[in-house]
Design a protein around this ligand. Structure first.
Ligand SMILES: CCCCCCCCCCCCCCCC(=O)SCCNC(=O)CCNC(=O)[C@H](O)C(C)(C)COP(=O)(O)OP(=O)(O)OC[C@H]1O[C@@H](n2cnc3c(N)ncnc32)[C@H](O)[C@@H]1OP(=O)(O)O
Length: 141
């Protein structure tokens, strides 16, 4: 997906998080390591960064799923566009300042709405859980 300036996943945004998400069976997975300055409480990741990670990873999960639904597994179709409609987060445990893993599944699709469940884990422990509704833009938008 290039050029891509998205703050979450854009490889062309040097100030962004530059996450890379990929399918593993029915889940979309991403490993990512924070920079030191992304700290919030002492020793722990800033909560807004967790939110951004979950946001982008979830919307990309929906975007990729929408491509798969029409039999397109490998080519980015710019006519399929997805935005975050809503996001509900539960911060269960503080996130240590080391590698995290995001794991997302598509719960259901209703029309243009994609309901995504994403967990942010540290050492296999779920620290943040997100419910995201990604909405596919109407073709004319
Ligand atoms: C050059 C190449 C580049 C290539 C590289 C690109 C890579 C790119 C990677 C992208 C990865 C991005 C990852 C970050 C994602 C963001 O950051 S996106 C930015 C943040 N989000 C926004 O700005 C969204 C702003 N909101 C909107 O634009 C509009 O409100 C929406 C969400 C499109 C909805 O408008 P609409 O299409 O007119 O929707 P509408 O017809 O009213 O409703 C459709 C359905 O959705 C429901 N709905 C509407 N709004 C909501 C809502 N907020 N919550 C839940 N449900 C809703 C309605 O109830 C309705 O449901 P049904 O009645 O059909 O059951």
């Amino acid at each position: 997906m290039r050029p891509n300036g998205c703050f979450g996943c854009g490889q062309d945004n040097p100030y962004g998080l530059q996450i890379e998400s990929h399918w593993e069976g029915d889940e979309v997975v991403c490993q990512w390591t924070p920079k030191e300055y992304m700290i919030g409480p002492p020793n722990y990741l800033y909560g807004g960064i967790s939110a951004s990670l979950i946001d982008c990873h979830s919307v990309n999960t929906a975007l990729s799923y929408a491509h798969k639904k029409v039999g397109n597994d490998d080519k980015y179709d710019r006519s399929i566009q997805m935005v975050t409609g809503s996001m509900n987060l539960r911060y269960i445990k503080p996130v240590p300042m080391r590698e995290v893993e995001l794991r997302a599944t598509v719960e259901k699709v209703e029309g243009r709405k994609y309901f995504i469940k994403t967990e942010l884990q540290s050492d296999g422990i779920t620290c943040v859980r997100g419910d995201v509704v990604a909405i596919q833009l109407k073709a004319a938008q």
